[in-house]
Design a protein around this ligand. Structure first.
Ligand code: GDP
Length: 300
């Protein structure tokens, strides 16, 4: 995966240096941990995550908890793999569908993070699985947002609920509530609400998103974050966690050649699972996220 290319190479070099060693001395472990630490920091992983990560790797590598069937180099790879799975959230988590439909999924994130595109991807994926999603245009901030969602809905072949044009800016909370009623009437079993985002975290828009959350009581609130965001991942994720208390994370633009630190920091920092990954502009460039598979890809 392009995003982790450099990290993968750096870790591979580190592990190569351990090959052929009969037993690892404390100095070997410390050198290895230092190299891993540098590789993660250079990949833009947040410092606090790196510290925890390398602390656990060191402790486990110095202990003798790993299978005797593995040589020391393999043991370190195994430990790093396990710890990567842990910081990526451990178990994969799926959408929790409501017992009484519709299941309401709200999307939040900075402008340009990939929310509208995700609305299309997610709805197409759900429709292929037999669901009847309704996309809701509650981003009334950006002039083109409603049209963009309509285009995406057309491509995905799903229905869209949008305020009438010419209504001025409109009230996104009202639109979201109306959409819910519409979904019940028309028997849409999933409602996906696209909300407004700004280039930076914005108190007013965060309040708007929080009000939408309060009004529609979503089953899932997905925070969409651009994997290219780098070190800003921490402050952005924390602001959205405080603002809308999201239930899951979607990583977008994992196809880019950014350094991937956001991907490796955000689950661990917020304690919320990464649920989906977006890997391109096309509606099919999207997959459920599996921490173990991602860890294997990074260590490939
Ligand atoms: P929003 O402002 O959060 O709704 O973001 P958009 O969905 O409009 O996406 C912003 C830009 O990023 C658009 O040009 C999308 O085509 C592009 N984009 C979205 N997701 C991805 C992705 O996973 N990979 C790539 N390469 N581009 C993406």
């Amino acid at each position: 995966m392009a995003t982790f290319g450099n990290l993968t190479d750096r870790l591979a070099d580190t592990f190569k240096n351990l090959r052929g060693k009969g037993k690892l001395s404390e100095a070997d472990v410390d050198r290895t941990v230092r190299e891993i630490r540098r590789a993660l920091l250079d990949a833009d992983v947040a410092l606090e995550v790196v510290k925890d990560f390398t602390g656990r790797v060191r402790e486990r590598a110095l202990g003798h908890e790993v299978s005797g069937a593995l040589n020391p180099a393999q043991q370190v790879v195994q430990i790093v793999n396990d710890e990567l799975v842990t910081i990526l959230g451990g178990e994969a988590r799926r959408i929790e569908f409501a017992k009484n439909p519709p299941t309401v999924i709200m999307l939040a994130g900075l402008q340009g993070a990939g929310k509208t595109t995700l609305a299309g991807k997610l709805s197409k994926w759900l429709a292929a699985d037999g669901h009847t999603p309704l996309l809701v245009a509650a981003d009334l901030q950006r002039p083109n947002a409603v049209t963009q969602l309509q285009v995406v809905a057309g491509q995905a072949g799903v229905a869209v609920f949008a305020p009438e044009p010419g209504n001025g800016k409109g009230d996104p909370v009202k639109v979201a509530k109306q959409a819910l009623k519409f979904a019940k009437d028309k028997q849409h079993d999933v409602v996906i609400i696209d909300t407004a985002g700004r280039l930076g975290v914005d108190a007013e828009l965060m309040k708007q998103a929080a009000n939408i959350r309060k009004a529609v009581d979503p089953d899932e609130v997905l925070f969409v974050i651009d994997a290219m965001i780098g070190q800003d991942a921490v402050t952005t994720a924390r602001a959205f966690q405080d603002g809308v208390d999201f239930t899951g994370v979607v990583l977008s633009k994992l196809d880019g050649d950014a350094r991937g630190g956001a991907a490796l920091s955000v689950a661990s920092i917020t304690g919320r699972p990464i649920m989906f990954a977006s890997t391109g502009e096309g509606l099919d460039d999207f997959e459920p996220f599996h921490p173990d598979r991602m860890a294997s890809r990074i260590l490939d």
